[in-house]
Design a protein. Structure first.
Length: 320
């Protein structure tokens, strides 16, 4: 069996794909890669289906050893990934040989990176996904973050190349998602008017050390709600910004719950969730409002660009 040996797991490395869509009605979080666009791009580079399972690194410090030759590619924060003395730039395919080790350093900026491997990680499907649900303890590899010594099975190796590293790559903002915006763009939430003035717009916030895959906890001037009535729990989704009683907002990420009772002051737009996934403790966060039409246009443009990129890859590599 062709496999990947985890010699050093790092802080929080897990198996992730595009998540468990369609399961929220039974209380199962979407989960999956916190930046699904980055994983899609990395998978396309290696010839995988976009939904193939890869690895999500959090703050790096990992070492992986491959049992056979594979194409690999990664996207994400400002990590350094090396095979011996050779650096693997973000957004480029690299042909790793049997027995070679990939070393992942701690990032200079950002928090996470996504590694795709030709053939994908062949973890068991649970509710239609190979993603690790860390809170519920299922999916991925034994329902947990990876440990030193884990040996992950890999799918059929369908892509080979004579080139060690590709000269072509996707747009830089897709390869390196850290620092694309000095702010996160949002739409007003259902309880926007419950808060005094333009509280979210007028403040800068700092990312708390209590943040995780469920949500980014922000610290700053408390957002004061001008109503005291309780709310009925309603659906929430990645990107929702909730405000608990202490006034310190929480930006929900992929592992968030399916419903919540805290006021929803805003929703970060889909295309900016890539930047949200790179936030780490101590980072500064500001917000700016956009219209629903602008948010839709940005998402549609990214999808059109991805379609063009997919065609370009097919022509470049001769894939069908």
């Amino acid at each position: 069996m062709n496999s990947l040996l985890v010699r050093r797991a790092g802080f929080l490395t897990s198996v992730q794909d595009l998540g468990r869509s369609g399961q929220r009605a039974i209380g199962v979080s979407l989960g999956g890669a916190l930046d699904p666009h980055a994983l899609r791009v990395a998978n396309l580079l290696t010839g995988n289906e976009e939904s193939a399972a890869g690895l999500e690194f959090t703050l790096g410090q990992s070492i992986l050893r491959f049992s056979d030759e594979r194409l690999i590619a990664w996207c994400g924060g400002e990590f350094e990934m090396r095979i011996a003395s050779e650096e693997i730039p973000a957004g480029h395919t690299f042909a790793i040989r049997a027995g070679e080790e990939l070393r992942v350093s701690a990032p200079a900026k950002g928090a996470r990176a996504w590694l795709a491997i030709a053939g994908g990680i062949d973890a068991s499907l649970v509710l239609g996904s190979r993603s690790t649900d860390l809170r519920s303890g299922f999916g991925g590899w034994e329902g947990r973050a990876l440990h030193d010594g884990d040996q992950l099975p890999l799918g059929p190796n369908c892509r080979r190349t004579r080139t060690r590293i590709s000269t072509w790559s996707p747009p830089n903002e897709w390869s390196k998602t850290r620092g694309r915006h000095e702010f996160l763009r949002f739409l007003r939430g259902a309880e926007w008017s419950d808060f005094e003035g333009n509280a979210l717009l007028e403040n800068s916030f700092t990312v708390s050390a209590d943040s995780d895959r469920m949500g980014v906890r922000l610290e700053g001037n408390a957002l004061l709600r001008n109503r005291t009535t309780d709310l009925i729990s309603e659906p929430v989704a990645p990107g929702t910004i909730q405000v608990p009683p202490n006034g310190q907002p929480i930006l929900l990420l992929g592992d968030c719950q399916t419903i919540g009772g805290y006021p929803k002051i805003a929703h970060v737009i889909t295309v900016d969730l890539s930047a949200a996934a790179q936030l780490r403790p101590g980072d500064s966060v500001r917000f700016v409002e956009v219209s629903l039409g602008e948010a839709q246009n940005l998402l549609q443009q990214r999808q059109r660009d991805l379609d063009i990129f997919r065609i370009g890859l097919s022509l470049q590599a001769g894939w069908s």
